[in-house]
Design a protein around this ligand. Structure first.
Ligand code: 5GP
Length: 253
């Protein structure tokens, strides 16, 4: 059997060449990092959970007409996606003050924001992904004004959809990060949500208790990360209820 070609390895995922031109296979690793890789652990089953959760969110988005790179899940750890040209920015949407915004602006974590706030960060590990303004983005050519408008619109649509879905299962969507890619169709390009949407890239708080169900559990040493992600998956109905035997995550087909 021919060995498949690795296209890119990131901190939590690997991209392989897909079966057809214009496709890639996205493999979800158990590697969990924080602080730009300073803290690193393997968390058993995390890749399986993120693969399944990202599929769930991307399929939901597609069902309301938000374009994504997702084609289909292939197995426990892999999904088939469209190859896209990644825009070198992280788009963060915030509903509630937390994390770096709280630090930067001296806002109490948990303070509701007057409206969803969108921020852009340059994807650059050496610089620690610095926040950038729309002026920087246009001046340095990372994206056009049209791309920016489309990214804001995609960010807000993802926010509305994800906030509603999470609220339905008793979870507050505090903030999240998405990455966006370009696909070319003839003379036209359009932007699609790419990478992943998972508890690695969202802040998810239980509405009743405030319990954190996202990667902050790992970043801040608050408990077992796989248990937190399993709880999110269980509430969303993509994992069976625990039967008490601790045999790791199981997928619902
Ligand atoms: P903050 O800027 O407060 O650290 O993060 C804002 C939101 O974006 C959080 O939900 C966080 O998980 C997500 N986020 C920001 N940068 C990254 C990143 O480099 N990787 C991942 N997985 N999520 C990020």
């Amino acid at each position: 059997m021919a060995r498949r070609r690795m296209v890119y390895e990131g901190k939590a995922k690997i991209l392989y060449e897909g079966p057809e031109p214009g496709t890639l296979i996205q493999f979800f690793k158990d590697d969990t990092t924080a602080g730009n890789g300073e803290k690193h652990e393997l968390i058993d089953g995390k890749g399986v959970l993120n693969n399944r959760l990202s599929e769930h969110f991307m399929e939901g988005l597609a069902s309301i007409g938000v374009p994504t790179h997702f084609i289909k899940r292939l197995n426990m750890r892999e999904q088939l996606v469209r190859a896209v040209e990644m825009i070198p920015l992280e788009v963060v949407v915030r509903n509630v003050a937390a994390g770096s915004m709280s630090k930067r602006l001296g806002l109490e974590e948990g303070a509701p924001l007057p409206r969803p706030i969108i921020e852009f960060y340059l994807k650059n590990d050496d610089l620690g992904d610095p926040i950038v303004s729309e002026e920087h983005i246009i001046a340095f050519g990372w994206a056009s004004q049209q791309d920016l408008d489309d990214m804001v619109s995609l960010g807000l649509r993802v926010n509305d959809f994800m906030s509603g879905m999470m609220r339905g299962v008793g979870i507050r969507l505090v903030d999240f990060k998405i990455e966006i890619g370009r696909v070319f169709e003839g003379d036209f390009q359009r932007l699609v949500v790419a990478d992943e949407i998972s508890p690695d890239s969202c802040r998810l708080w239980d509405i009743e208790t405030g319990q954190k169900l996202d990667k902050d559990v790992f970043r801040r040493d608050l408990g077992n990360l796989a248990d937190a992600y399993t709880e999110v998956a269980r509430r969303l109905g993509v994992m069976p209820r625990s039967n008490g035997s601790n045999t790791g995550p199981k997928l619902v087909h």
